[in-house]
Design a protein around this ligand. Sequence first.
Ligand SMILES: NC(=O)C1=CN([C@@H]2O[C@H](COP(=O)(O)OP(=O)(O)OC[C@H]3O[C@@H](n4cnc5c(N)ncnc54)[C@H](O)[C@@H]3O)[C@@H](O)[C@H]2O)C=CC1
Ligand SMILES: O=C(O)C1=N[C@H](C(=O)O)C[C@H](O)C1
Length: 283
Amino acid sequence: MNDTPLRIAVTGVTGRMGKEIVTCIVKKEKQFSQEIVLGAAITRLNTNICGMDAGILINTDALVGIEITDNLESIKDNFDVLVDFTAPDISIEYLKFCVNNNKNIVIGTTGFNQIHKNIILNASHKIGIVFSSNFSIGVALISKLLHKITQVIGNTSDISIIETHHNRKRDIPSGTSLTMQNIIVNALRSIHSNRIIDSNLDPTTYSSASSYKDILIHSIRAGDVVGEHTVLFVGPGERLEITHKASDRLIFAHGALRAAFWIGRDKIGLFDISDILEMDTLL
Ligand SMILES: NC(=O)C1=CN([C@@H]2O[C@H](COP(=O)(O)OP(=O)(O)OC[C@H]3O[C@@H](n4cnc5c(N)ncnc54)[C@H](O)[C@@H]3O)[C@@H](O)[C@H]2O)C=CC1
Ligand SMILES: O=C(O)C1=N[C@H](C(=O)O)C[C@H](O)C1
């Protein structure tokens, strides 16, 4: 058992999630049984904050002794697990860096296309990857319930997903809503549902929705909403509305660091938050 502290490299440290994760590590916002320490703080190329102590970035009282860098080579021996919440193309570059240096990675970035996802899957044959569109416990629980609810009432309900996020979010619809849509579609397949896309749906009137097997996603971008998802099952005479509302990015940071602790230095394969939380043993 390696009881030396797990060293975390954080990418996108100027971002909302990057700062949250650095804060969670440095200020020990959440306790872990094994100590987790900041090993590296990574930012995009040529930003003027390179060389700055990461503590200054998150307004700590004391310096933390980790300088922010855009030079991956300089820090490849300074960390055990990389935690990435950035953007799809650069996430893939960070993933390749981890494969080349035999480091495990936690990926929270969303907005990946199928090519990206295939690269992530292939990489998981060489390193350990926890890849999740939402690192909150609440969404992990809802995701487990969605499968079962869909199997029971999916064939007799109209199903829609509504996702609401802050007006600075780059990708649309959210990764979480796409994951939920996938869970629902797979659950419909598991009961051999013959639902088809409703030919009456005029795509132009659903321009804000991503439709898949008539499981529509409706996206709202407004203010500083951290992240809210509602799944509607509207059936004859009754409906279910299942909602998750995040109000603090700390829940995502804690989930990601819990995942980093779980994947550790040695696991190999592709996992998601439900594996970390061992949901299948709980539900
Ligand atoms: N899985 C989860 O639980 C969560 C996932 N997210 C996802 O995490 C990602 C980041 O979200 P935020 O922190 O709100 O975004 P943000 O825009 O605040 O931060 C993005 C960071 O990535 C960096 N970045 C972007 N493009 C880059 C490039 N080409 N090279 C190097 N660095 C680059 C930016 O400099 C910034 O530091 C998004 O995809 C978001 O959907 C956000 C919250 C929770
Ligand atoms: O961009 C965000 O903020 C979030 N993005 C993730 C997503 O796209 O699902 C997770 C969370 O909702 C916050």
